[in-house]
Design a protein around this ligand. Structure first.
Ligand SMILES: NC(=O)C1=CN([C@@H]2O[C@H](COP(=O)(O)OP(=O)(O)OC[C@H]3O[C@@H](n4cnc5c(N)ncnc54)[C@H](O)[C@@H]3O)[C@@H](O)[C@H]2O)C=CC1
Ligand SMILES: O=C(O)C1=N[C@H](C(=O)O)C[C@H](O)C1
Length: 247
């Protein structure tokens, strides 16, 4: 049995993780912790899953690493500076591995992988992400990661800069730029998590779209992370790709 704790247990994702952990044959819930509850409640857990808030996750991670508890992190908001800090904490404290994935949906991971594969073949690439209006961060972690993957694939291929004649712009009309790729964030009641990567070249376009229809859709990926995190070859693993044989 893998003993699992959940940070953010009352939230949209955390409550789903609690159900998934309780429902799986090889995992056992030690405790679910939300704000104002003591992290100590998860002591004894082999792995803690964190779906909290970008403002809370770094402190949670520090606690987990210092207490040698493996961490599976879905919370977004990781930039280079935060990742460097996680590496520093890992170097100073033996014992725990960390898996951080901006998206635990298997189809979402495939969508990012297909987008990276397509990127060198098109002049233009932009990303539209659509989420529920309660989301705290924009653009989404998934969109940022997709932009980075697309940019890296274009750079490896020696792609020319994307054509764009815009000289007059209402601020924001062309979206945000992440690693040189335009990202447009929509917040729409009734939606969960969706993304379209739009590619174009002369006379042809390609749109790669992913839709999460509910939060249960993330659970196979989360459980895969819970089962594998202790044995991953690197102390810090970014994205679910290596666990799916995709990198
Ligand atoms: N990687 C992935 O596949 C996915 C990632 N996410 C990300 O997960 C995060 C949470 O999303 P939701 O569940 O929709 O948010 P939510 O707001 O529904 O849930 C967050 C929960 O964390 C709690 N919380 C905040 N600080 C805490 C702390 N220090 N300790 C314990 N609990 C704390 C809140 O009270 C709340 O109950 C966001 O960053 C979101 O982008 C969401 C869906 C999928
Ligand atoms: O907040 C959400 O809901 C989601 N967050 C993650 C992100 O920012 O990419 C994953 C998914 O898009 C749902």
């Amino acid at each position: 049995m893998i003993k699992v704790g959940v940070f953010g247990a009352q939230g949209r994702m955390g409550s789903e993780v609690v159900k998934a952990v309780e429902g799986a044959a090889d995992t056992e819930l030690v405790a679910g912790v939300d704000t104002a509850e003591e992290r100590e409640a998860v002591r004894g857990a082999d792995v803690v899953v964190d779906f909290t808030h970008p403002d809370a996750v770094m402190d949670n991670l520090r606690w987990l690493i210092e207490n040698r508890v493996h961490a599976v992190v879905g919370t977004t908001g990781f930039d280079d500076a935060r990742l460097a800090r996680v590496r520093e904490l890992l170097a100073a404290n033996p014992g725990a591995n960390v898996l951080i994935a901006p998206n635990f949906g298997i189809a979402a991971v495939l969508m990012m992988s297909f987008a990276a594969k397509a990127a060198p073949y098109f002049e233009s690439a932009e990303i539209i992400e659509l989420h529920h209006p309660n989301k705290a961060d924009a653009p989404s972690g998934t969109a940022s990661r997709t932009a980075e993957l697309v940019a890296a694939a274009r750079e490896r291929a020696g792609s020319a800069p994307m054509p764009d004649a815009t000289t007059a712009e209402v601020p924001g009309a062309r979206g945000a730029e992440v690693a040189g790729v335009r990202v447009h964030a929509l917040r729409i009641t009734g939606m969960i998590a969706h993304q379209e990567v739009v590619f174009g070249t002369h006379g042809e376009t390609l749109r790669i779209r992913h839709d999460s229809m509910n939060r249960e859709s993330f659970m196979p990926g989360v459980l895969l992370g819970v089962r594998r995190v202790a044995d991953l070859p690197d102390r810090l693993t970014l994205g679910l790709e290596p666990l799916l044989g995709l990198d």
